[in-house]
Write a protein that binds this ligand. Structure first.
Ligand SMILES: *[C@@H]1O[C@H](CO)[C@@H](O)[C@H](O)[C@H]1NC(C)=O
Ligand SMILES: *[C@@H]1O[C@H](CO)[C@@H](O)[C@H](O)[C@H]1NC(C)=O
Ligand SMILES: *[C@@H]1O[C@H](CO)[C@@H](O)[C@H](O)[C@H]1NC(C)=O
Ligand SMILES: *[C@@H]1O[C@H](CO)[C@@H](O)[C@H](O)[C@H]1NC(C)=O
Ligand SMILES: *[C@@H]1O[C@H](CO)[C@@H](O)[C@H](O)[C@H]1NC(C)=O
Ligand SMILES: *[C@@H]1O[C@H](CO)[C@@H](O)[C@H](O)[C@H]1NC(C)=O
Ligand SMILES: *[C@@H]1O[C@H](CO)[C@@H](O)[C@H](O)[C@H]1NC(C)=O
Ligand SMILES: *[C@@H]1O[C@H](CO)[C@@H](O)[C@H](O)[C@H]1NC(C)=O
Ligand SMILES: *[C@@H]1O[C@H](CO)[C@@H](O)[C@H](O)[C@H]1NC(C)=O
Ligand SMILES: *[C@@H]1O[C@H](CO)[C@@H](O)[C@H](O)[C@H]1NC(C)=O
Ligand SMILES: *[C@@H]1O[C@H](CO)[C@@H](O)[C@H](O)[C@H]1NC(C)=O
Length: 481
């Protein structure tokens, strides 16, 4: 089988040479590079005739997943400059949802021998290609100066791509984007990755990586996007993170990280998104985080922070989404939260917050989701009719110690909604709180307000939301760049 396809390749190669020699004096390709492309496509695609159908992929017989660029020819053959000054080089190989025929074959692999012959390749992007036969990245793929022009490597959503990330990947100094998201990669992140000094985006999310975040991550001075979410990474956050002055996104959600957030992270003045959800990070969070002046998304939920609400939150004026659900927060809700005029979602559920809810929370002009459930809050929360209309059922105050909502517009005209009956209820039987008890909790309150329809339909921090968030972020990044 293998020998048959190599015979076929050699045959095609000879045919192609003939073609080029016959009619293609103008602009052509180096034979070795063409052969390398045939080898790579042969190792990936479920179409043994690809090379036959596309004998001149840069000119007469293009294929949408392969791109070439015309470049000045390096003067290897002396004196031939004027005869053939430019030549095509393969610069991009891409297989993804936009390019489906032919599909990758079940036994798809990457031919390192073929890639070695493509020294001008800048983009290698394979989406959902390795699906059946287990395939792993051999270290030889990135050795001996191969792929030395590669800037963009994306191997995404490949269910049979397993094994570890080879340390030789650190040799590809030209890399600007590295995305190995949604594969089955395991093992530790090689320290050598910290040598990729031109890297702007690093996304290793949704794998099975273990070990810790490399200590020297601070060397990646050009990094803007850092996403290691949904892995099994442990250990502490390296303080060298604070050196990454261009960082706009840190997503470390759904890992096993421990320890505290280093003070130095407060130096990340361009950070827009910071997600540490579902880890084992302890409090207190450093007050230096007040330096995150561009922060719009702060997602700390599901960590044993176990302190009072951090004061710095009130100074993050651009915040849109703030989640401290299940963080063991205690004491009062900060009055300074009412300064965060851009806040659209505030989740403080399942903590031990007590006292009253600052009434100005009910006047936050952009708030659309508010979850204060499962705390120890009490008293009246004054809200306007406009607020109630806007937030609808995305308000949840269940499971508190007599917290209720007062409709301020009706207070002058008709009888105000009474909170008294539940406020003086000293021993609230928590275990008896069922599904319909919330009508009790606040007397005449419209029970619609408490229903949690958004939790099932539109779970705010569910997978779909995260995808949406990521898309929005990418769109934003795209607009910025
Ligand atoms: C890389 O070079 C070394 C020594 O020059 C050689 O032994 C090895 O086989 C080469 N690797 C590949 C993938 O060609
Ligand atoms: C980074 O943060 C640390 C601790 O907050 C601070 O001492 C240091 O001066 C900061 N460095 C820079 C370059 O801003
Ligand atoms: C709130 O958002 C608007 C629009 O995105 C922005 O112009 C404004 O600067 C933000 N407010 C603060 C305090 O950052
Ligand atoms: C509150 O969080 C604890 C763990 O922190 C969990 O066991 C419990 O089910 C949560 N309660 C609700 C109502 O989500
Ligand atoms: C809130 O709880 C703390 C103990 O965690 C207690 O000292 C404080 O008095 C409580 N405050 C209110 C208003 O109940
Ligand atoms: C709520 O507050 C009351 C009175 O301050 C206290 O007795 C109770 O233990 C608190 N419950 C929780 C879950 O913190
Ligand atoms: C109700 O609250 C809104 C917004 O907080 C405020 O503009 C309005 O004046 C209040 N109305 C009354 C009667 O207090
Ligand atoms: C709030 O008061 C206004 C005016 O009395 C009334 O129309 C509205 O139904 C009330 N809203 C709720 C949720 O009770
Ligand atoms: C709550 O207090 C009011 C007046 O202080 C009293 O009339 C009422 O019976 C009390 N309710 C309960 C459930 O204790
Ligand atoms: C709380 O409610 C449960 C179930 O309704 C009941 O068995 C229990 O005795 C109640 N506890 C108190 C202190 O009222
Ligand atoms: C609010 O948080 C609680 C506890 O974490 C959760 O059970 C509930 O579904 C949330 N409410 C909404 C409306 O999402």
């Amino acid at each position: 089988m293998a020998s048959f396809s190599s015979i076929l390749l050699v045959l095609l190669y000879v045919l192609t040479l003939f073609n080029v020699g016959y009619g293609g004096e103008m602009e052509s390709m180096e034979d070795g590079e063409l052969l390398g492309l045939f080898e790579v496509m042969g190792s990936l695609l479920d179409d043994p005739t690809w090379a036959q159908v596309h004998p001149q992929p840069c000119t007469d017989t293009p294929w949408p997943g392969v791109q070439c660029e015309l470049m000045a020819q390096e003067d290897g053959a002396n004196g031939q400059q004027d005869y053939n000054p430019t030549i095509f080089h393969v610069t991009k190989i891409h297989i993804g949802t936009d390019i489906l025929t032919p599909p990758c074959k079940p036994t798809a692999t990457l031919s390192s021998r073929g890639l070695m012959k493509l020294p001008y390749l800048k983009t290698l992007s394979l989406f959902n290609c390795f699906n059946v036969t287990p395939f792993s990245l051999s270290s030889s793929l990135f050795e001996n100066n191969s792929l030395s022009s590669l800037e963009h490597l994306a191997l995404v959503a490949n269910p049979s791509l397993h094994g570890s990330i080879p340390s030789s990947l650190g040799n590809i100094q030209s890399l600007r984007v590295l995305s190995l998201s949604q594969n089955m990669l395991s093992g530790e992140i090689p320290q050598e990755i910290c040598g990729l000094v031109n890297l702007q985006q690093l996304d290793l999310s949704y794998n099975h990586l273990t070990g810790s975040v490399p200590q020297d991550i601070g060397k990646l001075q050009s990094l803007t996007i850092f996403d290691l979410s949904y892995n099994m990474l442990g250990g502490q956050l390296p303080s060298s993170f604070g050196q990454l002055k261009s960082l706009q996104k840190i997503d470390l959600g759904f890992n096993d990280l421990t320890g505290r957030v280093p003070q130095e992270l407060g130096n990340l003045s361009r950070l827009v998104l910071f997600d540490l959800s579902h880890n084992f990070i302890n409090g207190p969070l450093p007050e230096s985080l007040s330096g995150l002046k561009q922060l719009e998304y702060l997602v700390i939920q599901d960590n044993p922070i176990n302190t009072g609400m951090p004061l710095f939150i009130g100074s993050l004026g651009r915040l849109k989404v703030l989640s401290f659900s299940r963080c063991g927060l205690m004491g009062p809700i900060l009055t300074s939260l009412s300064m965060l005029k851009n806040l659209t979602a505030l989740s403080l559920d399942n903590n031990s917050l007590n006292g009253t809810v600052p009434s100005l929370i009910g006047s936050l002009p952009n708030l659309e989701q508010l979850n204060l459930s499962q705390n120890n809050l009490s008293g009246e929360m004054l809200v306007s009719q406009e607020f109630i209309n806007r937030i609808g059922m995305r308000l949840d105050i269940r499971g508190n110690n007599g917290l209720c909502i007062k409709n301020n517009t009706s207070s002058e005209v008709k009888s105000p909604i009474s909170c008294v009956s539940s406020r003086n209820r000293t021993s609230w039987n928590k275990s008896s709180l069922g599904d319909q008890e919330e009508e009790d909790e606040c007397g005449h309150m419209n029970s619609d307000l408490y229903q949690s329809s958004w939790s099932s339909k539109n779970h705010y921090y569910g997978y779909e939301f995260r995808l949406w968030l990521e898309q929005m972020f990418l769109v934003m990044m795209f607009l910025l760049l």
